[in-house]
Ligand binder design. Structure first.
Ligand code: PMP
Length: 408
């Protein structure tokens, strides 16, 4: 029996079958302890956008660590790399003049944005605006606000009592459901709406045509803050631009990010705060009494800068657009198999294979891994496909062959 308690795991099964220990990674592949090679069709947990084994990032981190690994950013403290990364993110932010609040990861970014939304309204004299709205099928991380906002019921069960109060849920695909709920609660009571541009962990559901712009417009009309959760979609995964918000013209009030910011080489998240929300805290006496020991961690910031440099130099925003088309084209025949109900995707380097029998997902993903392809179960019986943005045509061949073997 091992001592490690795995996140999101049925530990009884892990105890019985043993852990799958990843020893090494190189590009779009990882290797187990015996040296066996696997195609990483999920970029780990949607994050390894530049692929594995980039010594350039390791060197940037080592260099930073040998100067100073980290120093608190509380109060007026900063490190030079943290400031540089904030400037870099402000430069690519969908809303010009955004301020950057660093966190330790995606759940922290959600918690930060949820608190900041309410803190903003209180600061400008509307403390009644404290209800936060999420969508069905949404995943917003594991902290309390994100757990309450999420729309995947099993994640909210068995916790013995009420979650965050003043949270409402709306349909994932009908913007009028958002308008109806805001009007029902009363716009004067609503702080914010959280929205994944493409629903990720809930099963990869791209938004219906016009959904995002209409939802954005409803929030603008009723003066509800629009928060784009780009933890998965940010930093290139959506293709064509750094953020889905730019591609879809959303201009969110807040954007939550993590994952692709460092491609997971070190943990880090960031909240991009539009001038409207930041302004009261930058001009007056107001404070945001919130932050993490590792907010703006210097070694993580060095990893982020090196990672973003690779995405830019290797044109990975274009590669993601290329993968958008190729994934749907190459997965189409898999969608015809009896074991498969549908292929979802078509927005960025993101797709899922919905199995006809959801109960088989764990076994299928295990079989697929035994066949050399990693594609984990998500949503209700779907397989996650979110490759590193460096995925080649050979990698696509390998993915399709694996799926064909196991599902055909
Ligand atoms: N939001 C979204 C959309 C996510 O996909 C995730 C993680 N999968 C999170 C938030 C939480 O991020 P983390 O696991 O880094 O806390």
């Amino acid at each position: 029996m091992g001592s490690l308690w795995h996140p999101f795991a049925q530990m009884g099964a892990v105890e019985r079958d043993g852990a799958f220990v990843v020893a090494r990674g190189e590009g779009s592949h990882v290797f187990d302890a015996e040296g066996r090679r696997y195609l990483d069709a999920t970029a780990a947990l949607w994050y390894a956008n530049v692929g594995h084994g980039r010594t350039e990032i390791a060197e940037a981190v080592a260099d930073q660590m040998s100067r100073i690994a980290a120093y608190t950013g509380f109060g007026d403290f900063a490190t030079d790399v943290t400031e540089q990364l904030a400037e870099r993110l402000a430069g690519i932010a969908p809303v010009p003049g955004s301020k950057i609040f660093f966190t330790s990861g995606g759940s922290d970014s959600i918690e930060t944005a949820a608190k900041l939304a309410r803190r903003y309204w209180a600061e400008i004299g509307q403390p009644g605006r404290h209800t936060i709205i999420g969508r069905q099928k949404a995943y917003h991380g594991s902290h309390w606000a994100g757990t309450a906002l999420g729309g995947i019921p099993p994640n909210q069960e068995g916790l013995g009592g009420p979650l965050l109060p003043d949270v409402a849920h709306v349909s994932w695909d009908d913007p009028e459901s958002l308008r109806g709920t805001i009007e029902q609660v009363g716009a004067e009571n609503v702080a914010a709406f959280f929205c994944e541009p493409v629903i990720g962990a809930g099963g990869v559901y791209p938004p219906p045509e016009d959904y995002l712009l209409r939802a954005r417009k409803i929030c603008a009309e009723l003066d509800v803050l629009f928060i784009a959760d780009e933890v998965i979609t940010g930093y290139g995964r959506i293709g064509g631009s750094w953020f889905a918000s730019t591609r879809f013209g959303l201009e969110p009030d807040l954007i939550t990010t993590a994952k692709g910011l460092t491609s997971g080489y070190l943990p880090m998240g960031a909240v991009l705060v539009a001038p409207r929300v930041a302004e009261p805290f930058f001009t007056g006496q107001a404070w945001f009494r919130h932050g993490y020991t590792y907010s703006g961690h210097a070694a993580s910031a060095a990893a982020g800068l090196a990672n973003l440099a690779i995405i830019e130099r290797e044109n990975l925003l274009e590669s993601a657009l290329g993968l958008e088309a190729k994934l749907m084209q190459r997965l189409a025949p898999i969608g015809e198999l009896d074991a498969v109900a549908e292929i979802r995707g078509g927005v960025g380097a993101l797709a899922s294979v919905q199995l006809a029998d959801p109960a088989t997902a764990a076994a299928v993903s295990r079989e697929l891994r035994d066949a050399g392809v990693i594609a984990r179960p998500i949503g209700v019986g779907a397989l996650q496909i979110s490759p590193p943005l460096i995925f080649t045509d050979d990698d696509l061949d390998e993915l399709v062959a694996g799926l064909q073997t196991v599902l055909g």
